[in-house]
Design a protein around this ligand. Structure first.
Ligand code: PBG
Length: 329
């Protein structure tokens, strides 16, 4: 019987050396973007209960933390701001105040770590009294009026030194609109990583806790995509391609690996996967209980995103994974 088996796939698994030699995908620290939360104050390192190991930093402690982040070889961070309710209004006015926390933080990071790439979030929700990503009128989320606000936000962030802008709002036409506003303002080298296929997902819960940014009414289903849909991601991808996006992002990642693969197959630009807060929380929680081996599950999950076709992974695991990669060398 055994002599009849000409093809024995197990031969290619017979030793660690051969397994590593023929591995189709690898994780590298350069794959990761580390999302980080900031808030006003001094000396603050405020834990996020639903995201063990993740904190909200004031600018001074953020800069301290970035020493260990950059020492681990992480090349890019993505900043998200927390604002108290009194700073929020319908129009997200706070987002473009020259001295607002977010813009100060971008400037401070770039001054201290000029080589660290800073990605930003372009959306109204951290500054909106309605907690939505767009301008609300009579319970509806307006599209084109929102674009004007996002355009100003984008230019302000570029002026502060942002390297990559992440429009996360899912308004129609925002990539093209932001691209033209940035170019007119002289920022043709500032990149856009579009949240191309961002789903109306329950996996964002811990993030909204971290930023107190949950919608005050309703949900985000009129702008974020329906989890039932894959084909529709091609429409979004096509538009973002035409409008000049440099990267297409899929978010969340783990329940949407098919969407990552589809975009990777159809579009010849880098695909990013956002391994979101709820995905992080689940692995941390099961790891804390001893129900899964947290580090191994983390690496397996991140690798699955690469295998699906992502070349960039936004993940709260960036530091843990960078340490893991360092230690296994
Ligand atoms: C909002 C934004 C969200 C996330 C990134 N940007 C939440 C939302 O759309 O409600 C979620 C990130 C995460 O869950 O880790 N513009």
């Amino acid at each position: 019987m055994s002599d009849l088996l000409t093809r024995r796939p197990r031969r290619n698994r017979k030793s660690a050396a051969i397994r590593e030699m023929i591995a189709e995908n690898h994780l590298r620290v350069s794959d990761f973007i580390y999302p980080m939360f900031i808030q006003e104050g001094e000396g603050v390192q405020h834990p996020i209960p639903s995201m063990p190991g993740i904190f909200r930093y004031s600018i001074d402690t953020l800069l301290e933390e970035l020493v260990s982040v950059t020492d681990l070889g992480i090349s890019t961070i993505c900043l998200f701001p927390h604002y108290p309710d009194e700073k929020k209004d319908r129009l997200a006015t706070e987002s473009i105040q020259p001295d607002t926390l977010y813009l100060r933080a971008i400037r401070a990071v770039k001054a201290r770590f000029p080589d660290l790439m800073v990605m930003t979030d372009v959306a109204m929700d951290p500054y909106s009294s309605d907690g939505h990503d767009g301008l609300v009128q009579d319970g509806a989320i307006l599209n084109d009026e929102t674009l004007e606000i996002l355009g100003k936000m984008a230019v302000a962030q570029a002026e502060a030194g942002a390297d990559i802008l992440g429009p996360s709002d899912m308004m129609d036409g925002r990539v093209g609109y932001l691209r033209s506003k940035l170019d007119q303002a002289g920022f043709n080298q500032v990149s856009i990583m579009s949240y191309t296929a961002k789903y109306a997902s329950a996996f964002y819960g811990p993030f909204r806790d971290a930023l107190s940014s949950a919608p005050k009414f309703g949900d985000k289903k009129t702008y974020q995509m329906n989890p039932a849909n894959q084909q529709e991601a091609l429409v979004e991808g096509e538009l973002d391609m035409m409008e000049g996006a440099d990267f297409l992002m899929v978010k969340p990642a783990l329940s949407y690996l098919d969407v990552i693969q589809t975009l990777h197959t159809h579009f010849p630009i880098p695909i990013a996967a956002y391994n979101v807060s709820g995905e992080y929380a689940m692995i941390k929680a099961a790891g804390e209980k001893g129900w899964v081996d947290e580090k191994k599950v983390m690496m397996e999950v991140l690798l699955s995103m690469k295998r699906a076709g992502a070349s960039v992974i936004l993940t709260y695991f960036a530091k843990d994974a960078a340490k893991f990669l360092k230690d296994s060398n």
